[in-house]
Design a protein around this ligand. Structure first.
Ligand SMILES: C[S@@+](CC[C@H](N)C(=O)[O-])C[C@H]1O[C@@H](n2cnc3c(N)ncnc32)[C@H](O)[C@@H]1O
Length: 396
């Protein structure tokens, strides 16, 4: 989770000691080495410094900072393309053609790809911006960013330094929040907040509409509600009381915002690790947990990566004691982890059985999102085979 401890960055500029609050959405510590860069700094020079571990405090034109970031990204991609990525692609293509790939190779490819992405993100995060209290920028041509930053990072009455990448994340999230993510089958939009899983790939919505509700369905839980999407579906399908939980306070604020917009009064929210407390037993428990068993590398990744499948296993283990008689669990789960050999189908079946549950039926849908169609992705073979399922489970 995001560190709440206040940290400060100190530096000397024009022989004056300066300090500002350090904001990092990836929980990076304040940089030890910074230099000042501006419109005259070349992209090659900036790239060299950033690769060496030096952070670059931008003092030029706002739009030129964005261009410098893009130029840095291109340089990283070119370097990766020349070295690691070539190796990765070669092995991935072998796997696509079903040639002699050892069982170990696919998970290795996945971990190498993640490492490269993490390294890319570390280098790009070294381009920094200073903002005055209230997130005001003195840079030439800087837009008004205070509303977007306040929504993403909270009120701030002192100056701060943050990475240009985090700032772009906040500006991007503000746009999503304004226009919303259309959920076609429901004929409505949900409005994600910064740091909350945006359901831009929502093939599974149709599964939730197609699955027959248990014959008595008065109380349902939505575990890990994010924007509140699954709770909204259940409420729209007529479930009388829906209790939605999430660990992430940003998700709870976001879901609450979406429920209010849709005037849904039948949904309650609780901050909880998995199950709600003091709640009636559930006729239905729905959950779309993070689908890849790997350690999140930043708080923003908690919706996708689930270290050691802790959430998935915890959900299954706790289900029976929270289910009413004849209750059902609808587990939404992509099998990408299986194609990446990070989890086997037998392991999943074992966890279901160990939790005293049995499979009543399963509905499947093929992944249609952009990454599953991108044949330049080194893991295309695994991603294109991805199927997302609604597993309907009940007490054995
Ligand atoms: C893949 S997202 C799904 C969000 C939403 N249900 C949807 O389908 O769009 C997983 C969600 O689970 C939440 N989460 C992760 N671990 C959790 C836990 N132990 N307890 C409750 N929520 C958790 C994350 O914060 C995230 O919002």
């Amino acid at each position: 989770m995001l560190s709440t401890e206040k940290q400060y960055l100190q530096w000397t500029e024009n022989e004056t000691s300066r300090q500002a609050r350090w904001l990092s959405q990836s929980n990076h510590v304040p940089p030890a080495r910074i230099v000042f860069v501006d419109d005259k700094t070349t992209a090659d020079e900036a790239y060299r410094l950033a690769c060496e571990g030096t952070s670059l405090l931008w003092r030029g034109d706002f739009h030129n900072a964005r261009q410098l970031l893009q130029a840095l990204g291109r340089r990283i991609d070119r370097t990766n393309e020349r070295s690691e990525l070539r190796k990765i692609k070669k092995a991935a293509n072998k796997s696509a053609a079903n040639k002699s790939v050892t069982a170990k190779e696919i998970p290795n490819l996945f971990h190498q790809q993640r490492q490269m992405q993490a390294q890319r993100s570390r280098i790009l995060s070294r381009l920094l911006l200073e903002l005055d209290a209230g997130y005001i920028s003195k840079l030439r041509r800087a837009p008004d960013m205070s509303a977007a930053c306040t929504a993403a990072f909270g009120e701030l009455d002192e100056s701060c330094v943050l990475s240009f990448r985090d700032l772009q994340g906040a500006l991007g999230a503000a746009q999503w929040h304004e226009k919303g993510v259309p959920i076609e089958p429901l004929n409505l939009s949900v409005f994600p907040h910064y740091g909350v899983f945006a359901p831009t790939r929502h093939e599974y919505v149709q599964l939730l509409l197609d699955a027959p509700l248990p014959s008595a369905c008065d109380v349902a839980y939505d575990i890990g509600t994010g924007t509140g999407l699954l709770a909204i579906i259940l409420a729209q399908r007529g479930v009388k009381q829906v209790i939605a939980t999430d660990l992430n306070p940003r998700a709870l604020a976001c879901a609450s915002d979406n429920f209010t917009r849709l005037e849904l009064s039948s949904v309650q929210l609780q901050q909880a690790d998995l199950y709600p407390t003091d709640a009636p037993l559930a006729d239905l428990i729905v959950c779309n947990p993070p689908w890849l068993p790997a350690k999140p590398s930043s708080p923003l990744e908690y919706a996708v990566y689930d270290a050691n499948s802790a959430m998935l296993r915890g959900l299954l283990q706790g289900a029976k004691q929270h289910l009413a008689e004849h209750g059902e669990v609808w587990l939404i789960l992509s099998d990408l982890a299986e194609h990446l050999q990070l989890r086997t189908r037998d392991e999943l079946a074992g966890w279901i059985a160990d939790a005293g549950l049995t499979v009543k039926y399963r509905l499947d849908t093929k992944a249609k999102h952009g990454r599953s169609q991108d044949n330049t992705d080194p893991l295309f073979a695994a991603r294109s085979a991805e199927v997302t399922s609604l597993w309907c489970l009940q007490s054995a």
